[in-house]
Design a protein around this ligand. Structure first.
Ligand SMILES: [Zn+2]
Length: 74
């Protein structure tokens, strides 16, 4: 089971359903180790305004067998 978490300016994905708290680090699917800030946690009033990490998105799609986004071209 995979989850998304915003951290260090990108929305990364990670393997797990546990929730991350401010100050905690995790290794994202893209291989980056990032630390969660208070403003990255929705339950603490944060907003997910950062861009998706496309490297994480690609790994997620590969694991879940979701086709890559093709921009409407089949
Ligand atoms: Zn990532």
């Amino acid at each position: 089971m995979l989850s998304w978490q915003q951290a260090e300016g990108r929305r990364h994905a990670y393997d797990g359903v546990f929730s991350l708290r401010p100050g905690e680090s995790f290794v994202a699917l893209c291989g980056a180790e990032v630390t969660v800030a208070r403003s990255d946690v929705l339950e603490l009033g944060g907003h997910w305004l950062d861009a998706t990490c496309w490297a994480c998105d690609a790994v997620w799609r590969d694991r879940e067998r979701i086709p890559c986004f093709t921009g409407g071209v089949p």
